[in-house]
Design a protein around this ligand. Structure first.
Ligand SMILES: [Fe+2]
Length: 193
């Protein structure tokens, strides 16, 4: 199967990012995702994700699209500003980008949250994006703890009190988008596999 280019596959989601610099950053980040990203299912065990996201190829990519959509749709409930909404969409697109580790192993990486945050930090530096400290920290932390109460952190995190708005939104969007029984109209076309 001939796979679409990653920046074309996520063209729609990129268009939701209003700030030109943030959109350029996200396009840069996408182009640097691990090469396996478009090939793999959303999880190796298939245990916690719905079936449509466990396809090979494009399962992880479809899951990412779904999380970005739920993030965009729920952002008003969290009363996010336009800038925060842009950054929440960025966090959603990035959250599982290193799901199988930097080296691309056979299994979901148990530390993929931290690896995803590290990837964000590297892209941030390489692209010379400039964010206020607080917002940088917010995106980094949202990615690094997107599994909510199951985030791999020491000490463990409590949801929702240990999370800011972007962190809460990303965790809830990831949960909603991956629950078995939840389906997305836009994924049920041959265009996106
Ligand atoms: Fe996810």
């Amino acid at each position: 199967m001939l796979l679409p280019k990653i920046e074309e596959y996520f063209e729609e989601e990129l268009s939701w990012i209003k700030n030109d610099n943030y959109r350029a950053f996200m396009e840069f980040a996408l182009k640097n995702y691990p090469p396996y990203f478009m090939e793999v299912p959303s999880s190796s065990s298939g245990k916690y994700h719905s079936q449509w996201s466990n396809t090979k190829p494009l399962g992880l990519a479809k899951h990412t699209k779904a999380v970005a959509l739920v993030t965009k749709l729920l952002a008003p409930a969290y009363i996010l500003s336009e800038e925060e909404t842009d950054l929440a969409i960025i966090a959603a697109l990035l959250h599982d980008c290193v799901k199988f580790g930097f080296g691309g192993g056979k299994h979901t990486s148990k530390t993929h949250e931290f690896e995803g945050a590290t990837f964000f930090a590297r892209c941030y530096k390489a692209h010379k994006l400039e964010l206020p400290d607080e917002l940088y920290k917010s995106v980094y932390t949202a990615i690094a703890t997107h599994q909510g109460q199951w985030a791999v952190t020491d000490p463990p995190k409590k949801f929702p009190e240990d999370f800011d708005k972007i962190g809460q939104l990303l965790h809830i969007s990831d949960m909603v988008a991956s629950r078995p029984g939840i389906r997305f109209d836009f994924l049920e076309t041959s265009l996106v596999g």
